[in-house]
Design a protein around this ligand. Structure first.
Ligand code: EPZ
Length: 418
């Protein structure tokens, strides 16, 4: 199994180009099944979740090419409406194919999606919304048979929680439904606006993304479209945290500082200098990282849950005690046991982590438990004294494009060993 070998202690400096957003490209790829003609999607990151999406599209009968950072999808000959169990298990985002397949074929068969284990991740909100749109859902031997016998019909949907994936699935199913759908308490994440921009360029009529009320007027057909994926805000946080723990000074290129407002304010509280300049961010670590009394994760525009592991790793090297409260997922602290191997002093109780800053980490063998937890271990290893081996890096490859190449360009010492 491949692993990362990292020699810590190098101060990061230089420029880093931020890849396209994983959590945008996956629903956009799912949306291509609704479009007649060839969709050309630029700024697609080379990550294994994109490979899995392309496998799903190919299985469905779509023609796909992936050259550099451009993926093309032509769904004209789509014939299947089921997703094989092994592909469903590979990533959580396989579930957003449901809305698109239903919109196109009026039926879909899926099983439970996989993805990072962050506590229970049910899909009840997805299914009850699709039922309101006119889809019948039957479960048999772990398979979900979803059928819209009379087609999908627009309706009002009140989400009890602004779930990202549910909002995306509703938008996908409603885009070509009969009539108007209104989502109340919709998720406001930038990746949802990116999905709507893609669909609107293809002829959809979706309004209000970025607010908590999204209105979708169903249209009869969607056409070919060319689209560029927004930058990945969690990758930007990853490189900021990596620079912060190594005393570094870097420039993040191709970012959207407006998507990072809550994160930037926490990094500033920790003493970092963060200067947005158009689509770039100049970032400089302080002499000594400062504790941040309390950080709470919230839905967007609050502090993102995905940035939690990266921030906690940084705070573990600060000058005092910080408290981190995880409000989105029930069990997102699994990686903390691995982090403790480096000497991090962190206590967890339920959804709360109490982080006592320490002066330095020392290298330790460890393994990734999930995607962002894995990235947190890389950050710890960059700061640590000595050589660290990180196993189970397939988690990291789900969301980061060639991390060794990017970090080595900034002066790190990391390579992948087979
Ligand atoms: C998306 O997951 C992201 N994934 C996650 O990114 C991110 O952590 C999460 O949103 C929150 O921002 C993708 O976009 C591919 P949710 P998603 O539906 O859609 C509960 C990363 O590291 N819930 O907003 O699965 C759920 O259990 C990842 O890149 C239900 O109870 O998130 C969770 O507690 C990991 N029933 C909360 O809502 C449902 O039907 C948030 O889930 C759906 C969700």
């Amino acid at each position: 199994m491949p692993r990362f070998i990292i020699e810590g202690g190098n101060r990061l400096s230089g420029e880093v180009e931020i890849q396209g957003a994983k959590n945008s490209v996956l629903p956009v790829l799912a949306a291509t099944v609704l479009c007649d003609g060839e969709c050309v999607i630029h700024n697609c990151p080379n990550i294994s979740d994109v490979d899995t999406s392309i496998k799903i599209l190919t299985y469905l009968g779509c023609e796909c090419t992936h050259i550099g950072d451009t993926v093309t999808v032509d769904s004209s000959n789509m014939k299947n409406y089921n997703i094989p169990d092994d592909l469903m298990r590979e990533m959580r985002s396989s579930v957003v194919f449901l809305g698109g397949i239903l919109g196109r074929m009026r039926k879909a068969v899926i099983s439970s999606p996989g993805g990072c284990e962050l506590g229970p991740r049910p899909i009840d909100l997805h299914l009850s919304a699709l039922e309101k749109l006119g889809c019948e859902v039957d479960e048999d031997h772990g398979l979900l048979y979803c059928t819209a016998y009379d087609g999908l019909k627009g309706c009002e949907i009140n989400l009890s929680f602004p779930s990202v994936g549910s909002t995306e699935n509703i938008i996908l199913a409603a885009a070509t439904a009969n009539g108007t759908t209104v989502i109340h308490n919709a998720a406001k994440e930038p990746e949802i606006s990116d999905l709507a921009d893609f669909l609107n360029s293809a002829g959809a009529r979706i309004y209000g993304c970025g607010s908590d009320t999204v209105i979708i007027h169903g249209v009869t057909r969607l056409g070919a479209v060319e689209h560029s994926i927004i930058p990945d805000r969690i990758c930007a946080v990853t490189y900021m945290a990596a620079a912060a723990v190594t005393g570094g000074k870097i420039t993040l290129k191709n970012t959207m500082p407006s998507h990072l407002v809550s994160v930037i304010s926490v990094f500033r509280e920790a003493g970092c200098k963060v200067v947005p300049m158009g689509r770039n961010i100049l970032f400089e670590a302080p002499e000594k990282l400062q504790r941040v009394p309390t950080v709470r994760t919230l839905v967007y525009p609050g502090f993102p849950t995905d940035a939690g592991p990266l921030l906690i790793t940084m705070l573990a090297l600060s000058n005092g005690t910080s408290v981190f409260v995880e409000n989105i997922f029930e069990n997102r602290f699994k990686y903390i046991d691995e982090l403790k191997r480096f000497g991090a002093k962190i206590k967890t109780e339920g959804r709360v982590a109490i982080i006592e800053g320490t002066d330095g980490f020392s290298a330790a063998p460890c393994e990734c438990t999930d995607l962002r937890g894995g990235a947190a271990l890389v950050i710890a290893a960059l700061a640590a004294n000595g050589i660290t081996k990180i196993d189970k890096i397939y988690h990291i490859k789900r969301g980061y494009e060639d991390l060794p190449y990017v970090l080595n360009k900034l002066g790190a010492d990391i390579y992948e060993e087979e």
